[in-house]
Design a protein around this ligand. Sequence first.
Ligand SMILES: Nc1ncnc2c1ncn2[C@@H]1O[C@H](COP(=O)(O)OP(=O)(O)OP(=O)(O)O)[C@@H](O)[C@H]1O
Length: 526
Amino acid sequence: MTTPRPDDPAPVTGHPPSLVVTDVNKSYGPASVLRGVSFSLTRGHVHALAGGNGSGKSTLIKVLAGIERADGGVLGRPGRPEAELSGFTPARAWDAGLRFVHQDLGLLPDMTVAENVAFTRGFPRSGGGRIAWRRLHETTADLLGRFEVDVDPGALVRSLRPADRAMVAIARALADDSPDQVLVLDEPTASLPHHEVDILLGGLSRRARQGQTILYVSHRLDEVLSLADSVTVLRDGVVAATRGTRGLEQIHLAELMAGRSLGRLYGDGRRPDPAEARTSPSPPPVLQARGLTAGRISGVDLDVRAGEIVGLAGLLGSGRSTLLRTIFGAVRPTSGTLTLGGEVMTSPSVKAAMRRGVALVPEDRLADALFHETSVAQNMTIATLSRYMRWLRLSRSRERATAAGVIGDLRIKAAGPDQAVIRLSGGNQQKVVVARWLQRAPRVLLLDEPTQGVDVMTRADIYERVRAVAASGTSVIVASSDVEELAHLCDRVVVLRAGRVTAELSREEISVPEIVKYSYADKEAS
Ligand SMILES: Nc1ncnc2c1ncn2[C@@H]1O[C@H](COP(=O)(O)OP(=O)(O)OP(=O)(O)O)[C@@H](O)[C@H]1O
């Protein structure tokens, strides 16, 4: 089989389209975000929407959902009148048969599956007006059966495995059974562990084979290529390519997204510069935890030396973020000790941790890390302000110059250093927060999901910068649900399960299968 190059013409399908979107345009002030975007979907096929950070994917999905008004564009469905996207609303999107499942799934975790379904479908009532619980459970069981989701309608959503939660959200979105619905999935696997992704993708493939039309937005190129029949690539708000996925390789898809040749993804695939070479033989650990117990984590022992990059792996709820937040002083330990730079933290607090040079890039950047009302430059330099002070005054020009450099290095799509950070796309906001701490090289850098939502082209740039701060002596701890990222980046990986350390993998032992294995079982027990 010959491998097609990105510029090969590739007819997508021969089937009649079930949805046609034509010539969508959208600007925010002078910024033109979508320009003449057109694509079509076919019944029974999965069509993916891919593109780098800031390419316009979310904006396009918001336009289709009727949440953002387009400046122009038309949506056509067989047997229905064409709809002008400039006048689209959520109600019109619903009438056009579009059903959305967003990354957060929109489920209420402390309610049952049946209650969650009823929230959008309505609660069935008995003759006296009371909620007919039995009927609700029966109809929910019937719905779940049709979607091959093997969960109890009475189970709390919180108790479900992640893939089942996603399938419940999908079943709920399509529950009204109106003919020829289009399912739009926006990054549904962003926080799913490795093998749960496979379960979800299997479920989606089966739905497609049964005739479901699916539009699938994802940063994960492996998913796009394994699930989708065809893909539209957005680049800077225009369609760079639409083509079938058969024979398409990840690197070619990434090149279509980037609009340039990339060589290989993730650099040369080698983990250069082991920590042993960067540090003197067995220096004392900069950070030491003994029997650390706090919230979800229990009895955790951990040593991290200067210049090391240590990964924290584990399933959702395994305690990765709690461990980072405990080291940062945001969660108080109930027992155990934490030692930083040889000093036992007797009354841990965020202030005390920061004073000893600990920095945290949290998982929820929007809530916990971005200064919404300020510029990209101010968000980047807030941790290093003293560098920009001259005669007790802040040098805005130096601040801007630094930010402009980082914008270029990390390929942040922004109008410039003065742009309000809140106007950046999600992946670009993530880069700003990570860049803030990578400039400062703190003594201990805690990174929680550092590349979530970051496109594959920029990941390698972030990894390079993380390695550079480690090489300068910073101890780095990276919590990530992306096991490939951990395998690629880390000198050592500590695997957590239900708050306990199940394995510690040395550089030689690190591999994706090993990390996955110990996310489910103890190393000693296996
Ligand atoms: N309210 C807004 N005002 C100004 N510009 C905006 C606004 N919302 C989005 N943009 C710009 O539109 C462009 C596209 O953003 P969008 O969020 O659609 O990208 P994306 O492809 O979803 O990116 P990501 O992969 O990072 O989520 C970006 O350059 C962003 O800065």
